[in-house]
Design a protein around this ligand. Structure first.
Ligand SMILES: Nc1ncnc2c1ncn2[C@@H]1O[C@H](COP(=O)(O)OP(=O)(O)OP(=O)(O)O)[C@@H](O)[C@H]1O
Length: 585
């Protein structure tokens, strides 16, 4: 024989779960009470009653005892409803209704949060549906009483809580909770202290009031002096808000916290999912009627609706930037100056946006910061250098030879030029390094090649040890004696060779088996025949200082290019330094 029995719920256990795991603080009781009041008022409106909605919160302090009452003139509860909805945890009058969209509550647990601040919750209510008023007393030990009362009271509900001694709650905190949770509920909420009216909370969202209000609320909410904001609206029109443009540079790792309201109720001020990740240059304030809160009502439920809303709001930001290019290009330039990195990351994720915005970006070039258009006016052969150190090396040569080069070593820039290379057929895009540049430097004449052939061999001899190849070229400026180049591949080969030299036979054997390179030059040194010192060097016969000269030039080039020196190179550098110092002394 089996029989059906009801679960016994230990209220203390449930409360521990709520306070330890679900809610971040006992302060949320005020949100839950206000939300119930709003829902009850909406339910009464749905009945067709005509009344002026009102919510009154009264904080009474007497002889060290603090009591809070929250009174609404909503739909109220009958005795049967009290039994069904207040006394049964997880039971809600809002979840199965056709019009459930208009309510904030749905889980039937919100009222329990009151037990975090009070051992007893008293509800006195008169339903809009019948005449008899009811009283319900819930106790933290899991028991409750319910009864009809004789008293004539108006339609609505009052909840009474006696604040536990351990709970820190005073008039100021109560007012700030009402401000946080009640301001935008679209209801007149009065705050009384010992029956005396202290404050009224009711405002429209700032974007429904005026531009000044938007800026003022932004300053108060995010403690930042915003100048501009972007209106936000999703395609259903149920999610609206504003995205404030942060007036200082932000970084991709900054996960901006946005303030989100759902159905006018404050949910969170650290939401990171309501806007796309690339929007890290704005902070938003948003009210949504279509996204859902989690059970704790402190976060947003991640589902398709949220994804759609995020996409729509992201589109608003993009469209704003497109409009700016027509209405206020100066500000767009300013914006790109401050938030270039964010906008570049956005452009790389969005074809259409890339097409629009890429012409507005500025890139560091050998002639200063230039836009793509400005670069194209000078040359149709667009040379970009993905490596910052190499760009620095090339800079004097490029300038000296009247060649414009772009530093694409900063984040996203090389990807942008690679993309342009695929899409923009009005110019040729070429990623270059020092070697490429070496190839377009002017060759010396055949006669000079012949003249210096033997001397070059002598000098090359001192660089063979470093696997560095010597070549003579001619370039401007004359003051620059040489350019040094080491490719990425060479760097790897050098590393492996270093390991082999420094490690034992077994490890050297393994690296030798895995990486076997042809013995090729790792780096290249272009000597500038226009430079007087190099001319002097080449025109000398074998000199006693050749070795010292070539080694010092090589090591100096390595250091200038920020290439790591291996142990032997370090030893040579120290040794040469000592020799030089000795010569001076
Ligand atoms: N002020 C009120 N006026 C009328 N009914 C109320 C009031 N407060 C609570 N109730 C009733 O008690 C039920 C339980 O309230 P509770 O706050 O625990 O859950 P909920 O609001 O339904 O859902 P949630 O857990 O998502 O807040 C409600 O569904 C409602 O029927």
């Amino acid at each position: 024989m089996s029989s059906n029995s009801l679960f016994q719920v230990d209220l203390n256990g449930v409360l521990k779960v709520l306070s330890d795991s679900l809610y971040s603080s006992y302060q949320v009781f005020m949100r839950e009470l206000l939300q119930n009041a709003v829902d009850a008022i909406n339910a009464r409106k749905h009945l067709g009653d005509t009344f002026t909605p009102a919510v009154t919160v009264n904080f009474m302090v007497s002889g060290g005892i603090r009591t809070i009452s929250v009174e609404d003139n909503g739909v109220g509860l009958t005795l049967a409803e009290v039994d069904e909805f207040l006394s049964r945890i997880g039971s809600s009058s809002k979840s199965n209704r056709q019009d459930r969209e208009s309510f904030i509550g749905q889980f039937g647990i919100g009222l329990l949060s009151c037990f975090m601040i009070s051992d007893e919750v008293i509800v006195i209510s008169k339903s809009a549906k019948n005449e008899e008023a009811v009283k319900w007393i819930g106790n933290i030990n899991g028991t409750y009483q319910k009864m009809n009362i004789e008293e004539q009271i108006p339609v609505g509900t009052s909840v009474y809580l006696r604040v536990k001694d351990a709970i820190k709650l005073d008039e100021d905190l109560l007012q700030s909770l009402l401000g946080r949770y009640g301001t935008y509920l679209n209801l007149p909420i009065r705050c009384l202290v010992n029956d005396e009216v202290k404050n009224n909370f009711q405002r429209d969202f700032p974007w429904k009031v005026s531009a000044e209000e938007v800026i003022a609320v932004g300053r108060r909410t995010f403690k930042e002096e915003f100048q501009r904001y972007i209106p936000l609206k999703d395609r259903s029109g149920k999610t609206t808000g504003v995205a404030y443009i942060i007036p200082r540079t932000t970084h991709a790792i900054t996960n901006n916290a946005h303030t989100v309201y759902i159905k006018n109720m404050f949910i969170t001020d650290h939401c990171t999912t309501i806007l796309p990740e690339w929007a890290f240059f704005v902070r938003a304030m948003i009210n949504s009627g279509n996204i859902s809160p989690t059970a704790s009502r402190e976060e947003i439920y991640k589902n398709q609706v949220l994804e759609d809303v995020r996409e729509d709001l992201g589109e608003c930001i993009k469209q704003f930037l497109v409009r700016l290019s027509e209405t206020d290009p100066v500000f767009l330039h300013h914006l790109i100056g401050t938030h270039g990195t964010a906008l570049k990351s956005l452009a790389l994720n969005d074809e259409k946006f890339f097409h629009f915005i890429s012409k507005w970006f500025r890139f560091p070039t050998s002639e200063g910061l230039l836009t793509l258009e400005e670069i194209k006016q000078q040359t149709k052969m667009i040379l970009y250098v993905p490596d910052l150190d190499q760009f620095k090396q090339l800079l004097p040569v490029a300038r000296g030879n009247g060649q414009l080069i772009i530093n694409s070593g900063y984040i996203y820039d090389t990807e942008i030029f690679n993309r342009l290379n695929e899409q923009d057929k009005t110019a040729i895009y070429q990623a270059i390094d020092v070697e490429f540049f070496g190839n377009i430097l002017k060759d010396v004449s055949l006669e000079e090649t012949d003249r210096y052939r033997d001397r070059l061999k002598q000098l090359q001899y001192h660089l063979d040890y470093f696997n560095c190849e010597l070549e003579i070229k001619q370039f401007s400026p004359d003051s620059l004696p040489m350019i040094f180049y080491m490719s990425q591949q060479s760097l790897i080969e050098r590393d492996v060779a270093n390991i082999q030299q420094e490690s034992d036979d077994l490890w050297a054997g393994i690296t030798g088996a895995v990486f076997s390179f042809e013995q090729a030059y790792h780096s290249k040194l272009f000597l500038n025949l226009n430079n007087p010192t190099i001319q002097k060097l080449l025109n000398q016969t074998t000199g006693a200082s050749d070795e010292l000269f070539m080694e010092t030039m090589y090591i100096n080039s390595m250091l200038l290019g920020h290439y790591p020196l291996n142990k032997k190179e370090m030893d040579i550098m120290n040794n040469n330094m000592e020799q030089l110092l000795n010569k001076i002394l």
